[in-house]
Design a protein around this ligand. Structure first.
Ligand SMILES: Cc1cc2nc3c(=O)[nH]c(=O)nc-3n(C[C@H](O)[C@H](O)[C@H](O)COP(=O)(O)OP(=O)(O)OC[C@H]3O[C@@H](n4cnc5c(N)ncnc54)[C@H](O)[C@@H]3O)c2cc1C
Ligand code: FES
Length: 263
């Protein structure tokens, strides 16, 4: 059953992406790993799945939403003080233990970037536990770039941030090209975490392999339409397992065993 939560704040990221900060009405603390998801309900309209992001404020959590259809359009209309329903957190999240002492490569595309924000903030909180961090983010156009302020703040202290757009505009001075064209300094022994549309996952995985990464060093987040979130309804399977329970984060070696057609 969804539990009630109150929206504390919203922020417009782009023309079709909005971030929401919320607090559980019963005061419950949500313990979650970066990469896990919550089911958010807009009463009377339905539920959708979003990556949950930690914040500096105890008991307050964030998620970012791209306007896609019925539920997300209704979410966009909500403001501070409004109530939503929350279930979860669900899923496995990122393997934080395996990252200790390793160089980390993070590649995000489109609305695949918000679930990675949770990972980035968690790594930065205990910065000294990890090696160098490369953050590579591809958006469709400069107007589609989310978290502009955060991207500037994350750079430095062994963290490299590279942003590219598929199509520039008159004002854009940065890189133009798909996200694989900014992937650099890919060192053997690193671990890579990739989230974005299937086509992006496919080409990023290919480039990482060409740079010497083994499938067990590449983790991808799978997106499937979810309903129950608890492995009961069978809506979100990859091979014999369910994305809501066993995923959404899978090592590429593991995925290859589960399904012949990954992308
Ligand atoms: C593990 C996971 C993490 C996610 N994290 C985020 C996040 O942090 N932020 C975010 O904005 N979105 C995220 N999503 C996607 C989000 O759940 C969907 O975009 C949302 O449910 C759309 O709801 P809607 O009712 O507005 O759209 P609908 O009216 O249901 O659909 C609109 C269109 O999008 C298609 N669609 C909807 N959901 C999916 C899906 N999951 N896969 C493929 N096609 C789909 C539909 O077929 C339809 O064409 C995540 C999804 C998963 C599975
Ligand atoms: S959403 Fe029901 S099994 Fe995953």
């Amino acid at each position: 059953m969804p539990e009630m939560a109150r929206i504390e704040k919203t922020r417009k990221e782009t023309h079709d992406v909005k971030s929401f900060w919320f607090r559980m009405k019963n005061g419950r603390t949500l313990n979650f790993r970066p990469g896990q998801v919550i089911m958010v309900s807009v009463f009377g309209f339905g539920e959708s799945t979003f990556g949950i992001i930690p914040t500096e404020i105890k008991g307050v959590y964030e998620f970012s939403v791209k306007k896609m259809g019925t539920v997300t359009e209704e979410l966009f209309k909500l403001k501070s003080g409004d109530l939503i329903g929350i279930r979860g957190p669900f899923g496995n999240g990122y393997p934080m233990e395996k990252m200790k002492g390793k160089d980390i490569v993070i590649v995000g595309g489109g609305i695949g970037f918000p679930p990675l924000k949770s990972l980035i903030l968690t790594l930065l909180k205990k910065r000294s536990m990890y090696g160098d961090i490369g953050i590579y983010y591809g958006a469709r156009t400069p107007e589609d770039i989310v978290y502009k302020k955060d991207l500037k703040e994350w750079e430095g202290n062994g963290v490299k941030v590279r942003v590219t757009v598929d199509k520039g505009n008159g004002k854009w001075k940065g890189h133009v090209g798909v996200v694989t064209t900014i992937l650099e300094d890919l060192r053997p022994g690193s671990l890579a975490f990739v989230c974005g549309p299937s086509v992006m996952l496919k080409f990023v995985a290919q480039k990482l392999r060409e740079s010497g990464f083994k499938d067990r060093q590449i983790y991808v987040s799978m997106e499937r339409l979810m309903q129950c979130g608890t492995g009961m309804c069978g809506h979100c399977n990859v091979g014999k397992v369910y994305v809501c329970k066993h995923g959404p984060v899978f090592g590429l070696d593991e995925l290859k065993k589960l399904t012949e057609k990954i992308w």
